[in-house]
Design a protein around this ligand. Structure first.
Ligand code: PEP
Length: 250
């Protein structure tokens, strides 16, 4: 049985003080909820204040990216050891906004996955098709290539520590959600691929989140699908009541 995982991707929202306040109000309500892994992913700048706010609670800290080098002349980048020191446990990698605006490729995602796992952090690996790709019936092909790229040369033991987030790009921040059937179909495809790459038991142990305009109103249906093991939440993660509503649905 896979424990559901709900992660809030705060993107480039909330400064240090607002992040602390948001984390504190989530913690207040989330502390009475058991059986769900809850992850908050603020900006790098707010990692420390959120770490402080969630201390002793059932919420975990996540980052929105990491660089694949240990240290050095990489202006603007953050290493996995820095994230670890800040108390991070999960790292979102390959988000579609990174792919779209910051030249992220399957190759750079893979380099980051390797580094994050080596630091004993858990990658949340994002994959998903654009609207054009879906309309051209290329969803399966695109998602399979992204998953294969991300997991290249990753051992079975390490693969078991990963989380996948299936996020159709056309559903991110648009208010459009994939239907439960559309989402379940792609999740099942990803799990089948993971079984081919590794084994059925490893595929059965890897959690696959759905992301794309998930909110309390649609969370229950999506999360009741057999292969949907949680959510990566953008907009709704910035409102404590909405985020808690999704956690309660999980
Ligand atoms: C995301 O960016 O990971 C996301 C799912 O955003 P939203 O929930 O706002 O669609």
């Amino acid at each position: 049985m896979r424990t559901k995982i709900i992660a809030g991707n705060w993107k480039m929202n909330k400064g240090i003080n607002d992040s602390k306040a948001l984390a504190a109000s989530i913690v207040e309500k989330a502390n009475s909820i058991n059986g769900v892994d809850i992850v908050l992913c603020p900006t790098y700048l707010s990692l420390s204040s959120v770490a402080e706010a969630i201390k002793g609670s059932n919420c975990k800290l996540g980052a929105q990216d990491a660089h694949w080098e240990d240290d050095g002349a990489y202006t603007g980048k953050i290493s996995v050891s820095m994230l670890k020191e800040a108390g991070v446990e999960y790292v979102i990698l390959g988000h579609s906004e990174q792919r779209q605006f910051f030249n992220e490729t399957d190759e750079t995602v893979n380099k980051k996955v390797v580094k994050v796992l080596a630091a004993e952090l858990k990658p949340i690996i994002c994959v998903g098709e654009s609207l054009e790709q879906r309309e051209a019936e290329k969803t399966e092909e695109v998602v399979i290539a992204q998953v294969k790229g991300a997991y290249a040369n990753i051992s079975e033991e390490d693969a078991q520590k990963t989380v996948v987030a299936y996020e159709p790009i056309w559903a991110i921040g648009t208010g459009k959600t994939a239907s439960t059937a559309q989402a379940q179909e792609v999740h099942a495809t990803i799990r089948k691929l993971l079984a081919e790459l590794y084994s059925q038991s490893t595929a059965d142990s890897i959690r696959i989140q759905y992301g794309g305009s998930m909110k309390p109103e649609n969370a229950k249906d999506l999360l009741s699908q057999p292969d949907i093991d949680g959510g990566l939440i953008g907009g709704a993660a910035l409102k404590p009541d909405s985020f808690i509503g999704i956690i309660e649905a999980a």
